[in-house]
Design a protein around this ligand. Sequence first.
Ligand code: NAD
Length: 292
Amino acid sequence: MLGSVVVGVGIAGCVRMRDLLAPLPSSAAEKLSIKGFVSRRTLEDQQGVKQITMTEALSRSDIHVAFICTENTSHEESIRQFLEAGKHVCVEYPMTLSYTSAVDLWNLAQQKGLVLHEEHIELLTPDFKQLKKDISGKTLEKGTLHFTGGPLKPNFGFPSFSGIARMTWLVDLFGELTVTAASLVEEKENKYMKMTAHFLTQQQKPLTWIEERGPGLGRAKTIDFNFQDGTITELPDGQREPVGLFMQDLVLFGRKLQGDVSAAELQAERSRILHCLELADRIQQLSENAQA
Ligand code: NAD
């Protein structure tokens, strides 16, 4: 059994604790048990789990794994601390708020022989799985993915990082991309922002990603993908699955810990994650240059 600690008790952290307390039967997630949680606040037991200090979490020999579920700005430091302490890490996306720090952390994990896993539940949703099937074999001409949602909480980073789940969709569907232009419109007093990023696929086809947030904006994704043989403007309704998204991710992480995921799969995942972080960096640079 691998003892675990959950760091950060927000929406994601609570789901992690719930799943660790009742892992999917006969899955790799059963190899994980929860030993405690870390929070900046002093809290009562959560779902029967006790609060421990960060120092304890880093030093206890019965804790082998950390789940980093805090706001994005603190991911990098927490990952580094746990890797340095010899613990495996599962971090909620985005791993960090820069490409170079992610490369550094991955190298550190490799040197230490530890698993560093970044959660990407957006790739596990029934709608996305169905969309990927529907698109398979089609030749893209151009496309747009427009996300809307309420204002973002503080400490989640530049929108190309906080919204990296949307860009991960595009990269997973259409392959590696090049950023050609990016801009950010921000009305701080109205808690409104709109980021627009333009890409080219390797086949030189244009893709646009819009991330728009503000009061009253409902959480939604709109797609408009034009292919040689037709257009997709509606997200398909994928078949609902009995296993929740975070549990599916926990099973994948558990399989990595057991050495049950092939080197080729790990390499492909790492390349996709680092590519997305590199694009996020570039979008931030271009947007900030345009504002300067
Ligand atoms: P949240 O604001 O609900 O939770 C963050 C929690 O972390 C808060 O309780 C905060 O007090 C705590 N925290 C922050 N810094 C800390 C520190 N240094 N030590 C201990 N606790 C600390 O946010 P959330 O929605 O749970 O998101 C957390 C992470 O999960 C983010 O990286 C987000 O991108 C990712 N994520 C969330 C979801 C989701 O459905 N909520 C889905 C995928 C990924």
